[in-house]
Design a protein around this ligand. Sequence first.
Ligand SMILES: [Zn+2]
Length: 119
Amino acid sequence: MNSPNERDYPGYCILCSKRYESFSNMDKCEQCGTTEQPCKDKYQESIEVNHRELRLLLTAAEAWHLTNEEGADIVYAIAARIRRQLKYPMIPLTAHDEFQELKDKGIGFISNHPAADMP
Ligand SMILES: [Zn+2]
């Protein structure tokens, strides 16, 4: 587990983005209840990346979470934060985004991908 000093940094909840000045004495996010490790500001990075690279990483993470976890909420939360920083935020970053785009356009499809049936 983290040492007391390791948790005494500002940052945000990885799932709901709630800001915290410190994560000391916290077992879970007081807004969404997740016990996932928070994102500390001291580890925030600015990088140059291409949409195609983001899509590759996020769709791989999405597929893994949908297959091995109870859902991909954490991946969709990360994708939403990334999307807010993009010049072209409407480009799909996850398979769910791509299926939603088809649904929004009224285009029917058949897929066994677990993200295809999500609302
Ligand atoms: Zn939260």
